[in-house]
Ligand binder design. Structure first.
Ligand SMILES: [Zn+2]
Length: 225
């Protein structure tokens, strides 16, 4: 479905990011998408039940984060010597070997940023249902914009796959449950990118503000008459 929807509650306008055409109807209906009438660029895709799906996916991601970060991912053994590697002890090994900057970067991109990304999405999707949380939710959406670029689970996964292939000839490599959890985490992370529609959050807040103002104006005109 490709059509525009009038966002009359907010009166917003939006410029096409490709040709700068000013569009009065700047939001797509749930499950639909809005394209520019001049250059056919995609202006807005509005996944159905975006906020509910994002809440479910981000909470699942937070829960899966615990086994993904703490359970062994790979078990590498040569003759009688073996070692189990988790996401966190890989980072600590880098710290121990003196690679402070590299360890900090891996820790931030593979653990801290993805965790906070899920946490912010859970807070945004649940918090935007309550009017009292509008201000912190608005701040969280801005933080989300900064942190989402730094969450690089797929790059870490690529590193694990390279290690898996390269080191197989040196010893016995066994995939452990932590790696399956990590793959699940990566899938959830990509699904949140598809489900989360930032405009749905802003529109929900703007409609609530417009309704509050309308109710306030109605009360004041009622009191005047
Ligand atoms: Zn355009």
């Amino acid at each position: 479905m490709e059509q525009g929807a009038n966002d009359s509650a907010t009166g917003w306008q939006q410029a096409c990011h490709e040709c700068d055409l000013l569009l009065g109807n700047s939001s797509a209906p749930p499950g639909g998408k809005l394209v520019c009438p001049r250059c056919a660029a995609l202006i807005h895709r509005n996944p159905a039940r975006s906020i509910h799906y994002t809440a479910a996916l981000s909470i699942s991601g937070l829960l899966l984060f615990i086994p993904a970060a703490t359970l062994p991912m790979l078990n590498f053994s040569i003759i009688a010597f073996g070692s189990e590697n988790t996401l966190l002890n890989g980072v600590f090994s880098l710290f121990g070997a003196g690679y402070i900057w590299l360890a900090s970067l891996v820790l931030f991109c593979s653990v801290i940023a993805p965790f906070f990304r899920f946490l912010l999405l859970a807070f945004i999707s649940l918090g935007c249902l309550w009017g009292a949380l509008d201000r912190p939710v608005a701040r969280a959406v801005r933080w989300y914009q900064h942190i989402k670029e730094w969450a690089m689970l797929d790059v870490y996964m690529l590193g694990v796959l390279v290690a898996l292939i390269k080191m197989q000839s040196l010893g016995r490599m066994v995939v452990e449950s932590g790696l399956y959890c990590f793959v699940g985490l990566m899938v959830l992370s990509n699904l949140t990118l598809l489900s989360f529609d930032q405009q749905s959050v802003w529109r929900r807040m703007a409609r609530r503000r417009a309704a509050t103002q309308a109710a306030g104006n109605g009360e004041s005109s009622g009191a005047a008459s």
